[in-house]
Design a protein around this ligand. Structure first.
Ligand SMILES: Cc1cc2nc3c(=O)[nH]c(=O)nc-3n(C[C@H](O)[C@H](O)[C@H](O)COP(=O)(O)O)c2cc1C
Length: 475
């Protein structure tokens, strides 16, 4: 079962590459605006705050805690459909609160930004079901309100249930969703970067002119999927284009990430699988004329259980395992892969097939590592405690060693940390792990100044010159 120290792949790693630890190791806290994100069953624990997600204080307390721990960002996932693949319907997901009920992630960002000065916000928004004209305005509004602390995790969705509720028979095919996404990005770049020149907003009280009309340009976009004749409704925000995240790792997903992403979110159970994905994405970006190392920050999903002693850690793990919901995890994994796992016996081996849901989720439990096979039960138990990333458990020293090894052997920049207990998992990280990493010089003591993009890349607030979106700017 995922989570026991013996399951953590300390010795078996044979990959040749070795990267220097970049400073700082970056942490994002990975949540959704719901009860159960990636740890079905854990909300049952006494004192667990997950069911309080409806209260503003759930978010403001979290934001203050993470800023105290010098986290880069809160990274909010989102889905627009219910996990109804498992056992042919939504009952398992509803019973286990497996990413349903689910509130809008954008709404909690102003709550958190109001009580923090540096913490940034990566928010998942699907481009399959919203027009870029309206979506780009919401992002600009948030970039203004947070003073440039916004990132967008670009997703194309993977649940047919979302497509059906928006009036389609089913979602577009896997690769077609990425084709649509490429055009969507073009429209967004034109609106964010191209339609308002720097200096368009003059705010001239003497002449009574707010905006100089000669510096605002209709984008005249006519493509396969979208037609947008006019200009962006918002005046330029601090970053204009929010920091761009992407999380698809299929062949087409990596191509999209190499083109557009500034940050990539990957997930895999072992360093070997993650190292290969990281290398592929960086190579893909470099082949497209970008700097695949300096212009891309890559984060892996991980769950950390840290305690003051080995005994405390073992006690926590035992309690987490006892509460973990097999049914909830089966609903999630079936949704991610598009395969109804109820059709299989627990000891059946998972094998890869192309589906129109996400492809990398199934690949990481089948084709990604030919030396490792997974039964249905093993994969479900694995994802029940934190999803598709590894679970690393131990004292602060032990966990810090492990994180260092992940960074040096994979070329990652940091981790999107999931939680098992709200907000205790993050409190333990802030109080126990962060000081250990700081003692080793591997974690920031203070925040860098500026917008999200400036904190990440020590450059300006705008897209770097090698990014395709920068070409749309009228400077
Ligand atoms: C770590 C991780 C987090 C993700 N979070 C979300 C999410 O919150 N919402 C969503 O619709 N898709 C999410 N995805 C799915 C991806 O955006 C993508 O749609 C999916 O992986 C399928 O693309 P692929 O086949 O190219 O891998 C996530 C994927 C990964 C690997």
């Amino acid at each position: 079962m995922h989570g026991t120290p013996s399951r953590i792949d300390f010795q078996s790693f044979q990959f040749q590459a070795c990267y220097a630890v970049k400073k700082p190791i970056r942490f994002n806290a990975f949540l959704m605006n719901c009860v159960t994100h990636l740890a079905p069953g854990q909300w049952l624990a006494e004192g667990d705050r997950a069911p309080d997600y409806l209260a503003p204080s759930y978010w403001t307390d979290l934001a203050r805690l993470l800023e105290r721990g010098r986290f880069d960002a809160v990274f909010l996932g989102d889905v627009l459909g219910v996990y109804d693949v498992y056992d042919g319907g939504p009952d398992a997901a509803l019973r286990q609160a497996a990413q349903v009920p689910m509130n809008d992630p954008l709404a909690v960002i102003p709550l958190m930004s109001q009580v923090t000065a540096h913490l940034c916000f990566g928010v998942t928004c699907s481009l399959s079901y919203e027009h870029p004209y309206t979506f780009s305005r919401r992002m600009s509004t948030l970039d203004h309100l947070t003073h440039g602390r916004i990132g967008w995790n670009i997703v194309t969705s993977y649940l047919d249930s979302a497509a059906r509720n928006i009036g389609l028979d089913r979602q577009l095919s896997h690769d077609q969703r990425y084709d649509l996404a490429d055009e969507y990005m073009e429209v967004c770049y034109k609106l964010w970067e191209g339609s308002w020149e720097d200096g368009a907003v003059v705010k001239d009280r003497v002449k009574g002119v707010y905006t100089d009309p000669s510096k605002v340009h209709p984008i005249a976009h006519e493509g396969t999927y979208y037609k947008v004749p006019g200009f962006h409704m918002c005046e330029p925000s601090p970053q204009r284009t929010p920091v761009l995240f992407q999380a698809g790792s299929s062949g087409r997903g990596k191509q999209f990430a190499g083109t557009h992403a500034e940050c990539v979110f990957v997930a895999g159970p072992t360093r070997k699988i993650v190292a290969r994905t990281v290398a592929d994405i960086r190579a893909q970006a470099s082949s497209l004329g970008r700097d695949g190392t300096a212009s891309l920050a890559i984060f892996a999903m991980m769950t950390v259980v840290v305690g003051r002693s080995d005994e405390e850690v073992q006690q926590k793990l035992a309690a987490y395992r006892a509460r973990a919901s097999y049914e909830g995890a089966a609903a999630l994994l079936s949704g991610w892969t598009g395969i109804d796992l109820a059709q299989y016996a627990p000891d059946d081996t998972l094998s890869y097939v192309d589906t129109d849901a996400g492809r990398s989720a199934l690949a990481s439990f089948s084709s990604a590592d030919p030396e490792r096979t997974w039964t249905v039960k093993e994969a479900i138990e694995y994802v029940s405690l934190g999803g598709r990333g590894p679970l690393v458990a131990g004292t602060p020293e032990r966990v810090a060693d492990e994180l260092e090894a992940w960074i040096t052997e994979t070329g990652l920049d940091g981790f999107n940390l999931t939680y098992l207990s709200a907000h205790q998992t993050f409190a333990d990280i802030v109080e126990l792990l962060v000081p250990e990493l700081q003692r080793r010089g591997l974690y920031r003591e203070q925040y860098e100044a500026g917008t999200y993009r400036e904190k990440l890349f020590a450059a300006g607030p705008r897209l770097s010159a090698d990014h395709p979106g920068a070409g749309y700017a009228k400077r």
